[in-house]
Each structure stands twice: as C-alpha cells, then as structure tokens.
Design a protein around this ligand. Structure first.
Ligand code: GLY
Ligand code: MN
Ligand code: MN
Length: 461
C-alpha cells in the first residue's frame, strides 16, 4: 500500500485527538516459541494501519497537529546479518512519509518531552500488556518536572474508539487487498477439493493434513504471508467441532469435509468456509442439509445492504434454517411447535449455535462496534429463552458501504434422541466475505463455488 494512504489515516486520526492531544501506538511484541525460536512475527493491526511498517520494536507517536514521530530499531549491521535488514530512523521519514524518527532505545528519553503540554494522552486500552504502566512511568517523570514549568496531560483516553470506527469502513485500497486475499484463498479451497477427490479416485489414503498442505501451497504461491487464522480442515464428524484444527483425521469416501481457511495478504484477512463431499458426490441426506444451509446463506446475502442492520442477515438465516429443520425432521413440530416457537425458544440452537457473521478486515474477527453509535441511548432487556439470563440489547449497527463482513451459516448435527440417524455427524458451514454496497453486497470469495452442481463438476475435473 502507498505510504500516502497511511499518512491520510494519521491525519484523519489527528482530528479525533484534539489540537493538544497525543496518541501513542506500539506495535506487537515478538513472542518466544521456545528457547531461541520465536513465533512468526505479526505486527499490531492498529500500528500497521497507521504506518504500513511491519518491523517489530516500533512505536508511533501522533500529535493533534498531525505530526508523526516513529521510534524504530536502529541500524545494526551485526543484528541485520542475523535477522534481516532494518529500515532505521534515518531512512524512515522519507520511506513512511512521517515527520521524525528516532531509535527505539531513545523512547523513554523522548516520551516525557513529547507529553509535556498535551491535554489528553490516547493509547489503545487493554491490548498491550504493560502499556498502561509504561505510560504511567512517562507521566510520573513529567510530573516530577512540574515545578520547573512542565504541564502534565489531565486525561487518558482509549485510542481504540476512534481507530475501530476508522477501520470498520474499508477504503478502496483496502477493498482491493481484500479481494486479492480472497482470490488466493479461493484458489486454496479449489486445490483442496480437487486434490481430495483425485487422491481418493487413485486409491490413496487421504488425511486432513494433505488438504491443509494444498491450502498452504496456494496461500504462499499466491504471495500471501500466512494463514489469517488456524485453518480448520475437518473430515466427517470432526466438522461438528466448531474450533477443530487441520489434524491427521482420515478422510473417507462418503464423508463431507469442512474447510474453514483464509490467507492474510499484506495485513488483511480473508475467511472462507466450504463443505464438500470427499469423493466429489453428495449423498441424499448430505445434499438435503447442504441445500438448506445454502438457501439460508442466499437469504442472508439478500439481507446484506447499506441501511440494513448487522443482525438482519442472521435473522434471515435463522428463519430459513429453522423452517428447514422442521421440514427435514431435525426438529419435531410436535415437540417444538411452529416456526415462530422454534425461533422464539431458540430450538434451532441445537444445530446452529453461532452467529451468521462478523466484521472482517486486518483481523479475522475485525474491530468495530456491533451496536449503532447514533442510537446508544436505546436499550431493551430480554430474558434469554435457553439460559434464562437477562440480556441487554442495543440497536444493531446500520450497515454502510465499505463495511466488510462474513456470511457464514451452518448446521452441525450431533447424535441425540429423536435426531434422524441419516443426518448424524453431518457438519456443514458455507462462509463468504461481503463488501457492503449501496444496493446490496459484493461477495469477494466466490472464486470457489458454493452450488452443489458446481462443486461436483469442479471435483470431477
Ligand atoms: N474462521 C473463523 C470464523 O469463521 O469466524
Ligand atoms: Mn468467519
Ligand atoms: Mn471462517
């Protein structure tokens, strides 16, 4: 992404800080895996959003007048031989379109001076371990100088508020990156489906990790840095474990396989789920439930447009799924009653226990309020039908063009008394990523098909 995009975001953020405000944004720490090995490094999303800079041990300081100071790793030939090239403070201003840069070793020396005379200090609350203590330390140092004329900020404010709102609506460059991330992920899903059917046709043993390998190959071959989250590759009954990971389960001909996997590209996540028959041909019961989940997804897609509420796609999904559960006999109308009863009492929850979507962006479960900020005063209480708990509901977010969310209905059938045996252990989810537009939404993850006929055709090829 062009550094001018990040500069524009910093300028927009500065408007929220007030003329005398100051914001402090650290990137993510490195995490030790064991002894000399670290986990693969991943920058902090807020930091990257504002800087486009992905080196560890870096801080941004932005003042209300829009000036930005970066603290970053100093050039160090010996460390660079081991760990790679560092941008360094001398090159940073031109490369990142910032005003000043210093070595991160000078952070403690500079911060009290930068805070002097500011009225409010903004930083992300409850996201960086120890950050509050660090800010306290700088404020204490400054307070020790008040007799010599220093002025200490009177307020600490949560920077997540304005940043979450900014990140919720994706600009054209972000949308473009997300479309490309989805295209790479879709390619991974296609490869996994085709490999699965081909290996079974060739009489080979297929394990979940064989399919995971296809995903990883496509992600890296497409230029993605890493998966956006732990890939789920779940064969047969494993699909009913919602947070199952790609493991060593045997993929049997006749099973369904659920893959929930998406790559991260240049800091942006994709999040796609497909469920397909391992041998390329749905059985009757598998197809019946698959068509039901797909119909519920169509209803959710139709409910996704600017002006609708975030909860509208979920409610549309639930209506279709609940009716379908009654129709196919997953729910017995003599026991659970009418469609309205099923929804009111949440009887569908036995087979559909998650929500239909979430914001998607730099983080797979991206930031952004799910309640409508212009209607915060409105609230109503209700008793949950299943738990009896009293819940406070506020009006759900009104969708705006440029917001990006997932649409991911599912059905997960665990054996239980009264549940028809033909559906036992079937787990299905279909997940697509949608950019909200003025009149509807753009599905950016359909590089891998969802219709039964298209999946079967793809797997024959
Ligand atoms: N892969 C995480 C999710 O679907 O929410
Ligand atoms: Mn998701
Ligand atoms: Mn997912």
């Amino acid at each position: 992404m062009n550094p001018s995009h990040h500069a524009a975001r910093r300028a927009a953020l500065a408007q929220h800080l007030g003329p005398q405000g100051i914001a402090i944004v650290p990137t993510a720490p490195e995490q030790q895996r064991n002894r000399d090995s670290d986990f693969l490094y991943r920058h902090d999303s807020y930091f990257y959003y504002l800087s486009g800079f992905s080196e560890p041990r870096a801080w941004l300081v932005i003042t209300g007048d829009g000036k930005t100071t970066l603290f970053c790793q100093p050039k160090d030939l010996e460390r660079e031989i081991w760990d790679g090239v560092r941008l360094g403070p001398d090159a940073a201003p031109a490369a990142l379109h910032i005003d000043a840069a210093y070595p991160v070793t000078a952070l403690d020396a500079h911060m009290p001076g930068l805070l002097d005379g500011r009225d409010a200090v903004w930083f992300p609350f409850a996201t960086h371990k120890g950050l509050e203590t660090q800010v306290d330390g700088w404020l204490n140092t400054l307070r020790a100088r008040v007799r010599f004329g220093a002025l200490c900020p009177q307020q600490q404010r949560d920077l997540c508020g304005p940043l979450d709102e900014m990140r919720l609506t994706k600009d054209a460059a972000e949308q473009d990156t997300m479309r490309r991330a989805c295209a790479i992920s879709a390619e991974g899903h296609v490869r996994a489906m085709q490999t699965c059917a081909r290996m079974l046709r060739e009489g080979k043993e297929v394990r979940e990790y064989h399919l995971d390998a296809e995903l990883l190959h496509a992600f890296r071959a497409g230029g993605s840095q890493y998966p956006a989250y732990g890939s789920i590759v779940a064969a047969g009954a494993n699909a009913c474990v919602l947070h199952y990971r790609a493991d060593a389960g045997l993929v049997r001909s006749g099973d369904l396989v659920l893959i929930d996997a998406g790559c991260e590209l240049d800091g942006y996540a994709s999040d796609i789920t497909r469920t397909f028959p391992a041998n390329g041909k749905f059985t009757g019961p598998q197809r019946a439930l698959y068509e039901l989940v797909l119909a519920s997804q169509h209803a959710a897609v139709a409910a996704t447009r600017a002006g609708a509420r975030f909860t509208d796609p979920h409610e549309a999904t639930v209506k279709v799924l609940a009716q379908g559960m009654l129709d196919v006999g997953l729910l017995n109308k003599n026991t659970v009653g009418t469609l309205d009863d099923v929804i009111e009492k949440r009887a569908y929850f036995q087979f559909y226990m998650h929500r239909t979507g979430h914001w998607l962006g730099m983080d797979v479960h991206d930031c952004g309020a799910y309640t409508e900020p212009t209607e915060l005063g409105i609230r109503h209480e209700r008793k949950d039908a299943l738990t009896g708990e009293t819940l406070v509901n506020r009006p759900a977010r009104i969708l705006q063009p440029g917001m990006v969310l997932t649409i991911e209905p599912g059905i997960y059938v665990r054996p239980a008394p009264g549940v028809p045996e033909q559906f036992h252990h079937i787990g299905i989810r279909i997940e697509d990523d949608a950019i909200v537009t003025a009149t509807g939404c753009e599905l950016i993850s359909r590089g891998v098909p969802v219709e039964v006929g298209a999946i079967e055709a793809l797997m024959r090829g």
